[in-house]
Every structure is written in structure tokens, then in C-alpha cells.
Design a protein around this ligand. Structure first.
Ligand SMILES: Nc1ncnc2c1ncn2[C@@H]1O[C@H](COP(=O)(O)OP(=O)(O)OP(=O)(O)O)[C@@H](O)[C@H]1O
Ligand SMILES: [Mg+2]
Length: 253
């Protein structure tokens, strides 16, 4: 039987700006299963980032429930929510969100520092191992402004993986990249999915969504279609992250 990782029940998000109320999401009912690779699509303003922020525990719904691994996180106190976010979720953003004055290595170490994980030596070793996996072994001491957009996004992917989160969320990760870099990044997400992670990617582009195996489409804050993609775009190397997700990390979120 498929194992539910994410369940949304009648989830509503209303932004209250003080002057007006803006509908972000309306009565979303959705299950995402462990190990799925999902694309979130829809026009600008349709609610994609609103959804990702809620899934990523960066924001809370106004009404309804969000169960992550069976736990209702919508009503969790903030400190517990921060812990859940740090342990279970890896984020990748359109604008990379790296710290510009820090090396790639230090950027990747940050989530481990927040999680009070490992000794400084172990943190550096793990960060280097992750940067090698994303093909940046030769650039660990470079700062983001010394790298191309595609390389920056690969640093961001390495950073998202530091705590081995079972859920990877990416909001338009290829939005600032050229075609060749976009292909590289989507191949990396495909390999992560293959290694056992649950991956959710927001995109405007059909050819990016085509790498995933399920496409959800939003319009005006509503989920308007949900369809499987039986033939995801084939990728060159699915083995990049092989064995990285320990069984524990995949089975127990
Ligand atoms: N912080 C906010 N305050 C008020 N309204 C907001 C806020 N964030 C989003 N909205 C509104 O919620 C709706 C959904 O926005 P959202 O950012 O989720 O869209 P999106 O699908 O991610 O769009 P894009 O493709 O442009 O990134 C829009 O009407 C938007 O104006
Ligand atoms: Mg958005």
C-alpha cells in the first residue's frame, strides 16, 4: 500500500493585509505519497508558492489541516515546527538564497549548524561529500558570486540535502537558469527521487514538469487538475545519490 507523506484537508489560506483579504488557496484536498516526484503548475498568482510555503512549514493555513507524516503540523507550536522543518524538509528556491560572503562549503554546513549536528570536522566532511555529489568537488571554497547560476543552484541542492530530509521542496528552481543548467538541475531532482526522496517542484514550464511523474495544476487558488505522467523524461545518470538516503531516512520521516 502507498504510504502517505503529505495530506491536506480542506486547506484554505487567506492573506489579511489589513486593508483587504486575499485568497491564496481555497479548500485544497490532496495526498502526496512517500517517494513521489510531483510538479506544481499554474499561472502567476495561482497559489503555487502559497502552497509550497505551507508544505514547507514556513507559513500556516488559515483553515483546514496539514498532516506531515501523520502529524497535524498546522497547529504545532513554532519551536516544534522549526525542528520538523530542519529535520524533514529541504528547500530549493528560484533565487538560490545562498549567503554571498560564504564559501559553498560553509553555505552547505549551515543547516547542520542549526540542527546542532556533528562536529565541525564532520560537518565539513559531509558538506564536501555533498558538493562532490552535485559535481562541485573542485569548487568548495568558491563564493556564490564566483559561480554560474547552475552551479549556485547545485550548491543550494547540496545544502537542502545536509540533514537527509525525506521531503525536498523546490519553488521554480530552474526559473533563473538557461536550458542546459535547467536540464542538469532536473536530472539531479530525478536522481534524488530515484534515491528515495519525495520531491515537489513548482514550475511554469511543461518540459520541466515532464521530468516528474505527477502534475498538479492550480488556478485562482484552487487545485483544478491532478494527472499522472506515465513517461517522465529520461535522464542520463540516476545513480548520483544512490545509497545516500539511508533506509531510516526514507522509512521514518
Ligand atoms: N504575503 C502576501 N500578502 C498578500 N497576498 C499575497 C501574499 N503572498 C501571496 N499573495 C497573493 O496570493 C495569491 C497567490 O500567490 P502565490 O505567490 O502563491 O502565487 P504563485 O502561483 O506562486 O505565482 P508566481 O508564479 O508569480 O510565483 C496571489 O493573489 C497573491 O497576490
Ligand atoms: Mg510563486
Amino acid at each position: 500500500m502507498k504510504d502517505v507523506l503529505i495530506e491536506l484537508k480542506d486547506l484554505v489560506k487567506i492573506y489579511d493585509t489589513g486593508l483587504i483579504k486575499v485568497l491564496g488557496l481555497y479548500k485544497i484536498n490532496l495526498k502526496i505519497f512517500r517517494g513521489e516526484f510531483v510538479a506544481i503548475m499554474g499561472q502567476s498568482g495561482s497559489g503555487k508558492s502559497t502552497l509550497m510555503n505551507i508544505l514547507g512549514c514556513l507559513d500556516r493555513p488559515t483553515l483546514g489541516n496539514y498532516y506531515l507524516d501523520g502529524v497535524d503540523v498546522a497547529s504545532m507550536p513554532s519551536d516544534e515546527l522549526n525542528k520538523v522543518r530542519n529535520q524533514k524538509i529541504g528547500f530549493v528556491f528560484q533565487s538560490f538564497n545562498l549567503i554571498s560572503r560564504m564559501s559553498a562549503l560553509k553555505n552547505v554546513e549551515i543547516p547542520m549548524i542549526y540542527a546542532h549536528k556533528n562536529s565541525p570536522k564532520e560537518r565539513a566532511e559531509r558538506a564536501e561529500m555533498l558538493l562532490e555529489k552535485v559535481g562541485l568537488g573542485g569548487r568548495i571554497h568558491h563564493q556564490p558570486n564566483e559561480m554560474s547560476g547552475g552551479q549556485r543552484q547545485r550548491v543550494a541542492i547540496a545544502r537542502a540535502l545536509t540533514n537527509e530530509p525525506p521531503l525536498i521542496l523546490a519553488d521554480e528552481p530552474t526559473g533563473n537558469l538557461d536550458t542546459a543548467s535547467s536540464v542538469e538541475i532536473m536530472e539531479m531532482f530525478s536522481a534524488l527521487h530515484k534515491a528515495g526522496a519525495t520531491v515537489v517542484v513548482v514550475t511554469h514550464e511543461e518540459n520541466i514538469a515532464a521530468y516528474t511523474d505527477r502534475m498538479l495544476r492550480f488556478s485562482d487558488g484552487r487545485l483544478i487538475s491532478d494527472r499522472d505522467n506515465p513517461n517522465p523524461t529520461p535522464v542520463r545518470d540516476l545513480s548520483i545519490f544512490e545509497g545516500m538516503y539511508h533506509q531510516k531516512g526514507v522509512d521514518r520521516c
